[in-house]
Design a protein around this ligand. Structure first.
Ligand code: ZN
Length: 223
């Protein structure tokens, strides 16, 4: 589906709703509104979430995602799809800045170039004047981010785990107390493949799955 068509559909979907800073959409309601759009959300969450957010110019999160996968059953067929996983939360890291946007200036012609970033400063490849590379960074925009680990509960505890990435309002200092106050989480997010890192942050040769979280529901682990 074309992104402009998806935005149009969301304009209709949100028409009579009160728009907040963060808007939580129930998947079941979206499916009732438009089955094709709901299916597209599962298959291509990156573009559909972006379109929903462009439609209301605010954050949009989706709950009750039906594509439930167990951490031990995750495979590459789910990559870049919207998945729902449940498990125990462990190992929260401190909140860190995540780069989302940078503005560059071309030193040859003074042209300003905007670029969306995915936590790594990437220069534009070329300017309309023909210059390639060595652009001057004139501004950057960061949001909060936080990495947690989610563990399969039940069989083989502590063996099967995946990193999850929380951004902006999803980050919380409370996660830092998780060892004293264990939690179970239901996480909806986009499954990614990221280079594995060693403890010093150096890249290992392989990749591992991680989840770019869109929505998280947390409850106390009653044990
Ligand atoms: Zn230029």
């Amino acid at each position: 589906m074309e992104i402009t068509k998806i935005i149009e559909k969301f304009n209709k979907f949100f028409k009579k709703k009160k728009i907040e800073e963060v808007n939580i959409v129930d998947y079941n309601e979206l499916e009732k509104f438009d089955k094709e759009l709901a299916k597209e959300l599962i298959d291509d969450p990156e573009d559909v979430i972006k379109a929903a957010e462009l439609s209301v110019e605010k954050t949009v999160r989706f709950k009750n995602i039906p594509n439930k996968v167990s951490l031990k059953d995750i495979t590459c067929k789910d990559l870049e799809k919207f998945v729902c996983v449940e498990g125990k939360l462990r190992g929260a890291e401190k909140i860190k800045p995540y780069l989302i946007h940078a503005k560059f200036e071309c030193p040859s012609c003074g042209n300003i170039i905007n670029r969306i970033q995915f936590n790594r400063l990437e220069e534009p490849t070329r300017c309309s004047c023909g210059r390639r590379g060595r652009f001057r960074v004139i501004s950057t925009e960061f949001i909060d981010s936080q990495i947690l680990t989610i563990l399969e509960s039940g069989v083989m505890p502590n063996k099967i785990k995946t990193e999850i990435l929380l951004k902006s309002d999803l980050c919380s200092l409370e996660y830092l107390n998780i060892s004293e106050n264990p939690k179970i989480a239901m996480v909806n997010g986009i499954l990614r493949a990221n280079p594995e890192l060693t403890i010093t942050g150096r890249k290992k040769k392989g990749f591992d799955f991680s989840i770019d979280v869109n929505y998280i529901e947390v409850r106390d682990d009653g044990i």
